[in-house]
Design a protein around this ligand. Structure first.
Ligand SMILES: [Zn+2]
Length: 268
């Protein structure tokens, strides 16, 4: 029979808290991120209240973006919030030998993954701007799901200024991440083209509008009321129309005010 381990006991006490706001939950989970399997509830409460605890400072935990986020609230009250998160399945406790340590549950991690990938996205933008490409070293060996969320956010941004730093990142990371980065680079290159195309289209329709508006208002009204509708078999009024430039002038595309059928009118 083995020796019995004397585990450090703890008791959860949410002190009657009914609910916490989404932002409070996010803050507490962000604080927990630097403590996963290395710290417990009390240390988390110390980070959040901005404590000058020696061990906290030694471990650089005052560098957490949420250090002191609950300054002015007592550690006891913050601990109650932490306990509420544990009781509501955002965080859990696991023992490392005899010490109870914080871990994320799937539910908590799903939230923290978003917060953390947002944070990394901001840092990446900053590093790209300052050409601090060595920043990419800090992206290696991170949780894969979180890194893929970060890559999704980069792709969604359509920011082509990030292509260079992505290429630097691609050089140092593992095969699967490399492949994902390549896809994001392609998306960004494509996004650039689309932006140009939209701009071109806007410029074209702008010239067409200028031509249309150079026609006296009275004449424009007459033209609007003098459109042939194939469905009505009659001259009708056009509505909800767009103006486009064609070879010999402009064309109005819209709908018939009487029946809603598509109609068009060329103006030379
Ligand atoms: Zn009609």
């Amino acid at each position: 029979m083995g020796k019995k381990i004397k585990r450090v006991r703890f008791e959860l006490d949410p002190m009657g808290i009914q609910t916490l706001s989404d932002s409070e939950i996010k803050i507490i989970l962000r604080g927990a991120d630097d403590l996963i399997m290395s710290g417990g509830r009390a240390m988390l409460a110390k980070i959040l209240t901005g404590s000058k605890d020696k061990r906290l400072l030694e471990h650089g935990l005052d560098q957490s973006p949420v250090y002191g986020a609950f300054k002015g609230t007592s550690q006891k009250d913050v601990l109650a919030k932490v306990d509420w998160l544990i009781l509501h399945d955002y965080l859990a406790i696991e023992y490392d030998y005899r010490i109870p340590l914080l871990v994320f549950t799937d539910k908590g991690w799903a939230i923290e993954r978003e917060t953390y990938s947002d944070e990394l996205f901001t840092k990446l933008l900053d590093a790209a701007e300052k050409r601090q490409y060595e920043f990419v070293e800090t992206l290696k060996d991170r949780d894969r799901g979180m890194i893929f969320r970060l890559l999704d956010k980069i792709a969604d941004s359509g920011n082509k200024d990030l292509i260079v730093i992505l290429k630097a990142w691609q050089m140092i990371d593992y095969k699967k991440v490399k492949a994902r980065i390549q896809k994001v680079i392609e998306v960004l290159e494509q996004a650039t083209d689309d932006t140009n195309r939209t701009l071109e289209q806007e410029t074209i329709s702008f010239t067409a509008h200028k031509k249309w508006l150079s026609i006296p208002a009275e004449t424009r009204k007459k033209l609007e009321r003098n459109v042939w509708c194939t469905n009505c078999g009659d001259v009708v009024q056009i509505e909800k129309y767009t103006v486009k430039e064609v070879k010999y002038g402009i064309v109005l595309h819209g709908t018939c005010k009487t029946c809603g059928h598509e109609v068009a009118r060329v103006i030379e």
